[in-house]
Ligand binder design. Sequence first.
Ligand code: BES
Ligand code: MN
Ligand code: MN
Length: 471
Amino acid sequence: MTVSQHPAQPTDPRTVSELAEAVHAGLPTTIADLSSLVRIPSVSWEAFDPSHVAASADAVARLVEETGLFDEVRVSRAPIGSTGLTGQPAVLARREARDGKKTVLLYAHHDVQPQGDDADWDTPPFEPTLKGERLYGRGASDDKAGVMTHVAALRAVRDVIGDDLGVGVALFIEGEEEFGSRSFADFLAQHRDELEADVIVVADSDNWSTTVPAITVGLRGNVTFRLTVRTLSHASHSGMLGGAVPDAMLAMVKLLATLHDDEGSVAVPGLLSRDADHPEQTEEKLREESGLLEGVRPIGRGPLLSRVWSQPSLTVTGIDAPSVANASNTLAPEVSVRISARIAPGQTADSAFEAIEAHLRAAAPFGAHLAIDDVDKGDPFLVDASGPAIADVTVAMTEAWGTAPVQTGIGGSIPFIADLVKTFPEAEILVTGVEDPDTRAHSPNESQHLGVLQRAILSEAILIARLDAGR
Ligand code: BES
Ligand code: MN
Ligand code: MN
C-alpha cells in the first residue's frame, strides 16, 4: 500500500454536512431512479435486443439533463474500427470549467451482463426488489449504481454549491463495457475534446466491505477467446470406432487439463505473476464470499489476495458440445469452449495471448486441429497513486465513510482504462465504485447495498466540491 505524497486538508465541515444532508434527502429519488434503470434489460452482448441498450442510454441522458448542470447532453455511438459495425450508445455531457479550475470526467456504464437462467434468481432479474439494506436486480450494482452515484453526487453539488460551481464536469456513461468496450478507441478519437479532463473518476469497482471504502490501484487484464478442437470429419458410432480414433471431447478435455497444475495454479509458460505485497485475507473470508462448498479447497499458491490480484487465471466459461439430453453414443467430431484468462499487472494482454496460444498449440493431443477465434484483449493496469487527486478522494472517502479507504487490487478488469491513460497521459485516474464483497456482480441475485451507495455518492460529492474549491 502506498501512502499518498500529497497530504490534503480536511474539507470545510459545513460543506460536508450540507452535502450529507442533500445526499440523504435525495436518497429516495436516487433509489427510485436506480430502480427504473434496472427495469431496462440493457444487455450489450451481440445476441441480445439492442433496443434495450438504446432505451437505457435515453433514460440516463434524461437523468443527466435534469441535473441542469450541463452545457450539452447527447447520446452518441462510434464505429468499431473498420469492421463496418457500430458500437452501443453512450451518454456524453460536458460543462466547461470556469476561472481556470480543473475538469473532472465521471465514468460509469449503463449496460449489463446477461441475467443467465431466471430460475437461479430468488427475485426476477429485471424487477428491482428491496430486501433489507440491499436492492436486487441485474445491474442494480454493476454498474447502474455507478451511474446513479454520478447523477446523485451532481444533484447534491448543484443543491449546495449552485451556480457558483466552477469546476468543469464531463460525463461519459458507456453502453458496452460488458462487451469489451469495442468501440471505445474510436469513441475516444471522435470525442477527444469533450472527454478531456484533469481527473477521471471511474465508478465501476469494489469496496473493501460495506463499512470500509476502497480505492482500486491495480486491475488485472483479460484475454478471452473461443477454442475449437477438431479430430474427425464427421461423427461416428462410439462403439464401432471408440478406442481407435480420438473424439474431439477427449482431445479437448486432455488439452484443458494441461492449463493448470495439480494445485490449480496456471501452468502456461510465459504467463507472468506480479511480485507485490498484499493485505492478509483469511481462508474463512474467501470461503464465505465465494460460497466454497465444505471440503472443497482453494486453488493456487501464495497469499490468497495475490492469487486474484497479481497472478494469472484461466477459466472455461462456456462449452459447445452435445448436451447430456442429446447424448447419443457417438464420437463428437468438434467441440468448442470459451476461455477467459485474467492477466497480472505487468504483462500486456498481447504477450499473454501469445503465451496461451503457443501452449495450446504445443499441447494439442493426438495431432488434433485447433482453431482460435473471437479474441478479445484488455491490458492490466496499475494506478499511479502519488498525485493530488488521490489525496483528495482519500480525504473525501474518509469524511463520507468515517473511516479511511484501503488501496486495493481487483481480480476483474476495466480494460478501457489503459486506452484512456494513453489518450490523456496527464490525467489522474481514480477508480472508485459501489460494489462490496456480497454484490455478486454478473451472477444471479446481484444486489446493491444502499448504505454503500449513499456513502459512495457523498464521497464523490465531497470530491467534486474539493476540486471546485481548488485550482
Ligand atoms: N465492474 C466490473 C469490473 C470489476 C470486476 C470491478 C470485479 C470490481 C470487481 C466490470 O463491469 C467488468 O465486469 N469488466 C469485465 C471486463 C470484460 C468484459 C472485458 C470483466 O472483468 O469481466
Ligand atoms: Mn462494471
Ligand atoms: Mn461487469
